[in-house]
Write a protein that binds this ligand. Sequence first.
Ligand code: SF4
Length: 400
Amino acid sequence: MTTATPEFALLPQLQCETDTGIATIPLSEEVAFGSWQKTIPDAYWALGADELTARIRAARVTLGSRVVILGHHYQREDIIAFADERGDSFALAKYAAERPESEYIVFCGVHFMAEAADILAAPHQKVILPNMEAGCSMADMASDPDVRAAWRELGEHFGGTEDIIPVTYMNSAASLKAFCGENGGVVCTSSNAEKVLEWAFERGKRVFFFPDQHLGRNTGHAMGIPIEEMALWNWRGPSGRLGGLTPEALDRSRVILWQGHCSVHQRFSLTQIEAARERFPCVKIVVHPECRYDVVQAADANGSTAFIAKYVAEAPAGSVIGIGTEINLVSRLAKENPDKTVFCLDPVVCPCSTMYRVHPAYLAWVMESLVAGEVVNRIEVPAETKQHAKVALERMLALK
Ligand code: SF4
């Protein structure tokens, strides 16, 4: 990790284990390869970083503007190096949709992001996810049947759902975006969650927010909603039990939070912030709103990945900044801001394990397949789902 002075380089907080773990090794040597997409041809399994880079570059040149490669902030450097654009999921989907000359959109990110790109893409554009096993553990915590079952229970409890506005975070399956579109709801991102909730409260008494409890709670708190008016719906329990809530807790609630979380952001703790402040009294702490409530409260600032990148870029030279988000982005910000000391709050934070599944071998495979005239790993959202999901996304877009 890049540091402003040699003194900092000796401190344990800055010795992130993942700094040495992110370098590309052949697919066959990856410990987790067994749970990744195995249909990638054997010929790619043993290729090293240099050969993969050369082959992706050659395919890129051959395909030219027919392909656009998108790289989420949490992708490793060997992928970001090929990205025409890097950013968060929504910004990337919009970027691709604004480039109709590109017939192929190769989305280096996770499944829900490729789905969102397909929803927003022009009909002739084909979206490709390099590794079909690159999902999102948070998105997986809210399944379509579980959310619909909870909605039915809420309807039974309140005598209807007219006063409840469903809001889904961008990090959710296309079917849930469609659910929101069908039921007067909307999509939000970590950049606009407050504005979206304001929109929702103009239309209903309550918000049903999924899948990330932390973004929902942090946003509700920022809007002045007391914590006791935000109920937590436990989807893991048996159905018919009001998500483990008492009828009184539900009646009191203004926000009903789905009990989902991001396994990466939930690792950040108050103890880490206290340790950082003890070591660097001048430190500024900035975290993502997918972090726990107490972590966000103890930070100096919180916001989306774009916010965090801007916060670091605009900090004066010599600043010391502790960050609570995924390590690939933190490491990149540290490298891009050598006049500042930028470090990850969690000394042993792991990269997002599903983002990490987009190994360069998969990118080489999908790109060389396109050169050969074959589309592999296409993500196609069914037409009806796409139509309803687009309604929820467009409601969000109209809020600007
Ligand atoms: S960082 Fe968290 S929310 Fe983002 S893709 Fe990974 S698991 Fe999902």
